[in-house]
Design a binder for this molecule. Structure first.
Ligand code: GUN
Ligand code: ZN
Length: 447
């Protein structure tokens, strides 16, 4: 093996965790190497396994990064987030529709300005990396400039990101409107420029059914058929007022999801945020078409949208993934998102084991985006996006994790008590892109 130490190659010793299947449906779905070794060459995984077995394959004299005592796992995948809403996270409103009117639309207006968009995109990506998220499916705004800014910043960091221009031609302020034709034309230009350029991927992005005319949704469906390997993202069945609104706007549709289905928008690489107020016919269509759910617990609780039904989703084997939905969501951290996911499941009478939550935040996200083998676990040849998690990050986390008696208990404590402070380092395509520094000693209390 011609291994070298360069800025996208390296060998890392730590406890390793990754998934090869969904633990809800398969035995032996995870790999855990208590004393493990991860070997990276030119930004790709060469091998992940036990240190004792793999150490003999290393050339003499090669430096091994020693992360013993910490856990290395694949970077988190956040399947639904709005980068332009970074500056309005934690804005109060009594529900989705007033929140959109009062905060979201005025905030998104500013993204016609490329310099502003670039500044926010840069902060946003750094914040994701601080939280250990290496891939996200991202809403930009209606302005093509907002997409240019986002992909420019993502490409500069060599991240695998999916993003798209919002399509919105009615029921919104004039200053955020495109037209059915202009929106599709601009989306197509962005696809040609950015889709599959390096690690960037494009998502056709009708905001949600109420803000697109039938003509625009139809054209979005046609664009998705013309470019079948692009992504599609939208919101569905998040809030009861929104569901009633869709019923009045599309009286012939069987359900909210049926509006999208009618225009051919259910397909692999289609990501549906929320999916709270679905019925089993909708879920069956999602499973048949391999359209994915993006479950957004902090947002659903914050906006009072409702409780996602795990039991029905699992009964019909709908592809499931986990997301923050910032700025409706209240944290960039996928650990904090797991914390809230667990409680939503409990309130709905389900139980979410920690292993399932870590699966959803890694391989589950990759599968829901048809990216298994590329990201989400440590199979040979996968892109080396990984994080180093510190169980000592806070006094309480150190104390609690020292007293756990199984991997499940350890991961559960990490999910419930962890946040950005638990992420000691983040690597993208083998390169260090975030390192958490210990607090400055001069700031410690002196008494
Ligand atoms: N539905 C339509 N737009 C939005 C948005 O920006 N956030 C959320 N949570 N739901 C939406
Ligand atoms: Zn959203």
């Amino acid at each position: 093996m011609a291994l070298t130490n360069s800025n996208n190659s390296g060998v890392y010793r730590a406890s390793l965790l990754h998934f090869t299947n969904d633990p809800a449906f398969h035995q032996n779905a995870h790999a855990w190497h208590e004393d493990g070794l991860l070997i990276i060459q030119d930004g790709k995984v060469v091998a992940a396994g036990d240190y004792a077995q793999l150490k003999n394959s290393l050339p003499e004299g090669l430096d091994v990064h020693d992360y013993r005592g910490k856990i290395i796992m694949p970077g988190f995948i956040d399947t639904h987030i709005h980068y332009p809403q970074t500056d309005m996270i934690a804005s109060p409103a009594p529900g989705l529709l007033p929140w959109l009117e009062t905060y979201t639309f005025p905030t998104e207006r500013k993204f016609s300005d490329s310099a502003h968009a670039q500044e926010v995109a840069s902060f946003f990506l750094d914040e994701l990396l601080r939280c250990g998220t290496t891939t996200a499916m991202v809403y930009c705004t209606v302005h093509p400039e907002s997409v240019e800014a986002f992909f420019t910043e993502s490409e500069a960091r060599n991240l695998r990101m999916v993003a798209g221009k919002v399509l919105m031609d009615r029921n919104c302020p004039e200053f955020l409107r495109d037209t059915a034709e202009s929106g599709i034309l601009e989306s197509e230009q962005l696809i040609k420029k950015w889709h599959q350029r390096g690690r960037q991927l494009y998502a056709i992005t009708p905001r949600f059914a109420p803000t697109s005319s039938e003509a625009q949704i139809q054209l979005a469906g046609e664009l998705a058929r013309a470019y079948p390997d692009t992504y599609l993202q939208t919101h569905v069945a998040e809030n009861t007022d929104e569901v009633a609104w869709v019923k009045s706007l599309f009286p012939k549709a069987r359900s909210y999801m049926d509006v999208y289905d009618h225009y051919g928008m259910l397909r692999p690489r289609a990501m549906y945020a929320h999916c709270i107020w679905l019925d089993d016919a909708d879920r069956r269509r999602m499973a048949e078409t391999q359209s994915a759910v993006s479950f957004c617990p902090t947002s659903n609780l914050f906006l009072g949208s409702g409780l996602f039904d795990f039991e029905r989703a699992d009964a019909l084997q709908v592809p499931l993934s986990l997301a923050t939905d910032v700025g409706g969501g209240t944290s960039f951290s996928m650990l904090q998102t797991m914390n809230e996911a667990y409680k939503v499941a409990r309130l709905g009478g389900s139980f979410l084991p920690a292993l399932r939550m870590f699966y959803m935040a890694t391989l589950g996200g990759a599968r829901s985006m048809q990216l298994e083998g590329t990201i989400g676990n440590f199979v040979a040849g996968a892109e080396a996006d990984f994080i180093v998690l510190d169980l000592q990050a806070t006094p309480l986390l150190a104390r609690r994790t020292a007293r756990t008696e199984s991997l499940e208990e350890l991961l559960f404590a990490l999910a419930l008590l962890g946040d950005d402070r638990s992420v000691a380092a983040t690597y993208a395509a083998g390169k260090l892109v975030h390192q958490r520094h210990a607090p400055d000693a001069s700031h410690r209390p002196v008494f």
